[in-house]
Design a protein around this ligand. Structure first.
Ligand code: NIG
Ligand code: FE
Length: 422
C-alpha cells in the first residue's frame, strides 16, 4: 500500500482550479474551476501526490493522518498577493482624521501616513519587526492564508530598506505562509524632497543592488505610482532597473488618480497592476494580451473612502485575470484575505467563484507561483483549506466570522478544528 502523510477524504465539493489562472468571464461555467464532488486528496511531505474520489484515495493510501472533511467545501489555500505587513507603530488617530473628511493624500502631504510609519519602522529593531511580522503571519495562516507577498517601503533609505528584508529572515518556515518579498519604491523620503532625481538614482544605484545582497532577497520590484508618490516616468526608470537586475515587476497603479501608470503595461513586462480604481478601459486589452493581473484591493478602497471603483465589468468582459488582496498596511488594517474575498462580492460585484479564483489561483499567477500555490493538483504544494460550508456558494453570502475549519500550509497542519465535529 503506498504511504501518504495525510489524507483528506469525504470532501463534498473540491474546487481545484487545476487548469491555472482563469479570466473571470469563464467562471460563468463552474467547469472552468475544475470542481469535483466526493473527492479525496493524498499528501506526502509538502506536496499533493494524488487527487481522486474519496473512496479511491481512502482505500489506496496508508496515511499517518486522516481528516474527514464531512462533506464540506475544500479549496486551495488563500494567496495574499499584496501586503505591507512589515511595519511598526499604528495610525489610529489618522483614522479619525479621515472620518472628519481629511483625505489620504492630505494626511500624507502633512508628513503623516506613510511618513509616520517610516519613522516608527526605522526606529524599530530587526527583532521587533520580525516579532510583529510573525504575529501577523500566524493570524493570517489561521484564517486560511498560505502565501503572503510582503513589501518593503517603510525604510526608504538603503540601510533601512535592507533592514526590512533582514527582518523577514527565518519567517518562511513550516506552519507559516510562504513569503514572497517585494522591494517597494514607496514615496520620496523627506531627506530627498527637493532632490527627487537624486532619490531615483539612489534607488537604482544603491537600494536595488543592496537588496540583492540581503539574506532575504526580493523576488519583485514595485513602485507606488500615483499622485503624491512617483510619476510614470520615474516609475519606468525604477522598474526597468529592477528588471535588469533580475527582479520581476508589479505596480501600484491608478489608485488615487489616473496619471498614466497603467500605460506602462504596454511596453514593460508587469505581472500585476494593483488597485486600479481609476484604470482607463483602454488599458485593459494590453493587460489581457500580456496576462497582467488586475489585482483589486476592496478593503483598501474602504480605508481611503474611495468613491471610485475599478472597472470590474469591463475587466470581466474583456477577459482580464482578476485577483484580490488585502493590502494589509497601517492605513488599512485588515490582515484577513478571507474577509477581503467575502467583501469583494459586495463591493466589486464578483461572483462567489470569481472571488475564490481571485484569492487563490489568480493571485498565485500574479506572483507567477501557480506551479505550486493556488491550485489543488498532483505535484502542487499542499496548501489546503477545509471550510465550514458545503459549497463555494457561501462565499460572500455568509461573512463576518472565520469560516475556515482546517488549514494546511505546504503539508503542515496549521489549524484543525474538524476533529470533534466531522
Ligand atoms: O497600497 N498606496 C500605497 N501604499 C499602501 C498604503 C501604505 C500606507 O499608507 O502606509 C497602499 O494603499
Ligand atoms: Fe499597497
Amino acid at each position: 500500500m503506498p504511504r501518504a502523510d495525510l489524507v483528506i477524504y469525504n470532501i463534498g465539493q473540491l474546487v481545484t482550479f487545476r487548469e491555472g489562472p482563469v479570466p473571470a468571464r469563464l467562471l460563468k461555467d463552474p467547469g472552468a474551476a475544475g470542481i469535483m464532488e466526493n473527492a479525496g486528496i493524498a499528501v506526502r511531505g509538502e506536496r499533493i501526490i494524488e487527487v481522486g474520489s474519496s473512496t479511491e484515495i481512502l482505500s489506496k493510501y496508508e496515511a499517518k493522518e486522516r481528516i474527514n472533511a464531512g462533506g464540506r467545501l475544500v479549496t486551495p489555500g488563500l494567496v495574499d498577493s499584496h501586503t505591507h505587513l512589515l511595519f511598526a507603530g499604528s495610525r489610529e488617530d489618522e483614522f479619525e482624521l479621515k472620518l472628519q473628511g481629511y483625505s489620504y493624500q492630505e494626511i500624507l502631504a502633512r508628513g503623516g501616513g506613510i511618513y509616520r510609519t517610516v519613522k516608527a519602522t526605522r526606529s524599530a529593531s530587526v527583532e521587533e519587526l520580525r516579532r510583529l511580522a510573525l504575529e501577523r503571519l500566524l493570524l493570517m495562516a489561521r484564517h486560511g492564508t498560505t502565501v503572503v507577498e510582503v513589501k518593503t517601503g517603510y525604510g526608504l533609505l538603503p540601510e533601512y530598506e535592507v533592514k526590512m528584508l533582514e527582518a523577514l529572515r527565518g519567517l518562511d518556515s513550516p506552519g507559516l505562509p510562504r513569503i514572497i518579498p517585494t522591494l517597494l519604491a514607496h514615496v520620496i523620503p523627506e531627506e530627498y524632497m527637493e532632490r527627487r532625481g537624486d532619490y531615483i538614482e539612489l534607488f537604482i544605484k544603491e537600494i536595488i543592488p543592496r537588496s540583492l545582497k540581503a539574506s532575504v532577497k526580493p523576488r519583485y520590484i514595485d513602485v507606488f505610482c500615483d499622485k503624491g508618490a512617483f510619476t510614470p516616468e520615474e516609475t519606468r526608470r525604477i522598474i526597468e532597473a529592477g528588471i535588469r537586475a533580475g527582479l520581476r515587476a508589479r505596480l501600484h497603479a491608478e489608485e488615487l488618480a489616473y496619471i498614466g501608470c497603467s500605460d506602462l503595461v504596454r511596453d514593460l513586462d508587469i505581472d500585476s497592476l494593483d488597485h486600479l480604481e481609476h484604470l482607463p478601459p483602454g488599458n485593459i486589452p494590453p493587460m489581457v494580451e500580456k496576462r497582467t493581473v488586475a489585482n483589486l484591493l476592496p478593503t483598501s478602497m474602504l480605508s481611503v473612502f474611495s468613491e471610485k471603483k475599478p472597472p470590474v465589468r469591463e475587466l470581466r468582459e474583456k477577459g482580464a485575470i482578476i485577483a484580490v488582496s488585502t493590502d494589509y498596511n497601517p492605513n488599512s488594517m485588515n490582515p484577513i484575505l478571507q474577509s477581503t474575498m467575502d467583501i469583494s462580492t459586495y463591493l466589486l460585484g464578483l461572483a462567489p467563484l470569481e472571488a475564490l479564483a481571485a484569492a487563490t489561483v489568480n493571485a498565485s499567477w500574479s506572483l507567477r507561483l501557480d506551479d505550486c500555490h493556488g491550485r489543488i493538483a498532483e505535484g502542487a504544494c499542499a496548501d489546503i483549506v477545509v471550510w465550514e460550508h458545503p459549497s463555494y456558494k457561501w462565499i460572500g453570502y455568509e461573512w463576518g466570522h472565520d469560516k475556515t475549519l482546517t488549514v494546511i500550509a505546504r503539508g503542515v497542519i496549521v489549524k484543525d478544528e474538524l476533529g470533534g465535529i466531522s
